[in-house]
Design a protein around this ligand. Structure first.
Ligand SMILES: Nc1ncnc2c1ncn2[C@@H]1O[C@H](COP(=O)(O)OP(=O)(O)OP(=O)(O)O)[C@@H](O)[C@H]1O
Ligand SMILES: [Mg+2]
Length: 384
């Protein structure tokens, strides 16, 4: 009996073994608790990161053959105008019933355990708004797909605007080239028809005079040469007209103010039924030299347009300065037009576009004020 019982010594030994085990267990439990805490903190941090990612993000979970919307972040809440909460737990197949491409990319992303990126026009199932979205689908094991949605509508619009204006610029420069070529043709034709004819007449006249001199008919030769003088004068006049059209010498000789007065007088003599007025309230020295030809061309085209299109009986050229600006305006009291309707690039006209180009290239702004039945004002201004 005595032998079956543990001796005190044995009991003490067993007790210390048990103590040791309890100590070990306590240590392990402590470690487990610390690990649990770290895990918990990690999870909380992950959730906070997810919530605060600045890109709208949705989490889809695979359920059978479908996906369920199980979470979304703050950016997505804002992007949906706060409406996304109404769609929590909904099936992707219902929300994207009109977008088989999105559904098939969800499945593909999970199946291939991959990241998919693509851009597409998109009608938001929350607000019904139409946007352009850059989607990124990312697989998260074991059964989730994160969907990032970057709204690139504005970027796309800006890209399209750039493309459109590049196309317009190409069309414009093609039209300006054609216009320049036509202008050359017109000058060549004018030289041929007028100056060419005069020179032919002068040549025949000189040949006849030489012939008469060889025949000792001095008097008739002199009369022949004299008859040629008006032809030479006419040729000189024609050359002056063509030169004026190309670049008025008066602009270089006397300046822009004298040129505008001359333009008014010339226009008045050709179009008697229209009253051409001018109001020039600055000095020649106020206008920078390179601006003078620009002002002349704008006035030339504006007067042409007023005479050609407006049916007006009054035109006024104004040129003045303020502290900050030089302001040119050409106005008529004609039928007016809708500037927005004639700015179409498909049209073959270059007058208004050329004016705008010249003004902007010289650092100014061109404004066309016109309405049907309300006359037209072309106003160009340049900073001083
Ligand atoms: N002062 C005006 N009054 C009424 N309509 C005008 C006036 N100026 C321009 N327009 C309208 O705007 C259109 C475009 O003018 P624009 O000067 O660009 O071309 P265009 O005069 O027809 O041809 P071009 O290329 O020879 O100048 C004209 O065809 C005309 O319909
Ligand atoms: Mg014109």
């Amino acid at each position: 009996m005595e032998d079956d019982r543990w001796t005190k010594k044995q009991l003490r030994e067993q007790l210390s073994v048990l103590h040791k085990r309890v100590e070990d267990l306590e240590k392990k439990t402590g470690k487990l608790q610390a690990m649990e805490k770290i895990l918990h903190e990690g999870e909380e941090r992950f959730k906070a990161v997810y919530r605060c990612i600045p890109v709208p993000t949705i989490t889809w979970q695979k359920k059978g053959r479908d996906f369920i919307l199980i979470d979304y972040n703050i950016a997505c809440h804002e992007f949906s105008g706060g409406l996304l909460k109404n769609f929590m737990g909904h099936q992707a197949s219902l929300l994207y019933s009109d977008r088989p491409d999105i559904l098939s990319n969800l499945t593909r992303c999970l199946k291939e355990k991959s990241i998919l990126k693509w851009e597409t026009p998109y009608r938001m199932f929350t607000k019904g708004e139409h946007r352009v979205i850059a989607f990124t689908f990312a697989f998260v094991p074991p059964d989730l797909v994160l969907s990032h949605m970057e709204d690139i509508t504005q970027r796309k619009e800006a890209e399209e605007n750039i493309l459109r204006s590049e196309k317009q610029l190409r069309a414009l420069s093609a039209r300006l080239l054609v216009a320049a070529e036509n202008e050359r043709k017109r000058i060549a034709l004018e030289l041929h028809d007028s100056i060419g004819q005069y020179l032919t007449a002068i040549k025949v006249n000189a040949e006849n005079a030489i012939h008469l001199l060889q025949e000792h008919e001095q008097m008739r030769a002199a009369a022949m040469l004299e008859a040629g003088i008006p032809i030479i004068k006419q040729a000189m006049d024609e050359i002056r007209v063509i030169m004026m059209d190309l670049r008025p010498t008066i602009l270089d000789d006397l300046g822009i103010l004298a040129t505008l007065s001359w333009v008014c007088r010339e226009s008045q003599s050709v179009h008697e039924h229209i009253r051409f007025g001018k109001d020039l309230r600055l000095r020649e020295g106020d206008i920078p030299e390179p601006l003078k030809i620009v002002i002349y061309r704008i006035v030339q085209e504006s007067l042409n347009n007023a005479v050609k299109h407006s049916g007006c009986d009054q035109v006024r050229i104004g040129l003045r300065k303020t502290k900050q600006q030089i302001i040119l305006s050409v106005s008529d009291n004609g039928i007016g037009f809708d500037p927005d309707r004639v700015s179409g690039m498909e049209e073959k006209r270059v007058g208004l576009i050329g004016m705008r180009e010249r003004t902007e290239l010289s650092g100014g702004i061109l404004i066309i004020r016109s309405r049907p039945a309300a006359g037209t004002e072309i106003k160009a201004s340049w900073p001083r």
